[in-house]
Design a protein around this ligand. Sequence first.
Ligand code: CP
Length: 346
Amino acid sequence: MADQERSEEMAKTRNSSRETQESFTPSFFQQPIHPGSAISAADFSVAEVRRILESADVLEKEDPLRRMKRLAKRRVALLFYESSTRTRTSFELAAKALGADTTLVSSLSSSIEKGESLKDTGITLKALGAECVILRSPYSGAPYLLARATGLPVLNAGDGMAEHPSQALLDLRTILQFLEMRAGKLSEKTLRGVTVTICGDILHSRVARSNALLLPRLGAKVVFCGPVELLPESAVGLGPGTVIERDFETALRESQIVMMLRIQAERLAGLQLDLDEYRRRYQANGERIAAHAPRAAILHPGPIIRGMEITSEVADGPQSAIAAQVHNGVPVRMALVARALKGGGR
Ligand code: CP
């Protein structure tokens, strides 16, 4: 193990053990979660999802100077313990577009490196005036800890293998746009008759989990597809109406929406995969998509690994909605930040 990796591992161990010993007293679990938080896709009622997406529409169209007044000089902290391009940038642009001041704290350039716990980092950010924290963490459940420790609204920007609710919301906005449906009409029946196949590394995917918790409640059928190493049978219980299909081409034939996932090499922890066999069975390539899903929208939360789960021909092709997903990150996250700080948007 290289020195850099070893010191990162040590920092993680220090953090997690401190958190365990010091933070989890019985009274800690009585602390309320701020209602402006967005930690799990399961927390949102269908009406709430509709309000968030309507708010995203309003904020996206609003005059930028007027929009800047909504959260003028409010303080939003971005606390990132894991790397990110799309989520971090879009949350930051979203908060700034609403007029908020933002600050980024990342694990490799802060006192987290010296072993400061998540709880103490959160308390410190609050003392510095942060009114909302956007958190990405390699630890599942970390947003709950931060929300209880600070009392602030916490927006989950991805926690371990657990959830990525803002991604599921922007995926939903992308799906509605593709199907030419309006957010204002969103109900439990909106996606009835729509099949969404999510293919790839389901086991390690917080995106798959959040989508499986959200989309079936709007009527969609969610099909998980992948080899047993990346998709255990137990995944079927992740969301209401979720099913497993091991044969990608069978899944493609019934899908209006196909979401490809990257193999998360950083979380495989010794799991061996035959990558040539994986590509042969599960890659979204031009020939396969043309033959089995010629009218489906192809989504991917990113980062994409070209030539592995998806080819350039598909990622850059006419069916790709990947750029639309990235674009939708800013309006959806504006709505979440505005909701957290009661900045309106409806
Ligand atoms: N979709 C997503 O979470 O991408 P980033 O890791 O770049 O934020």
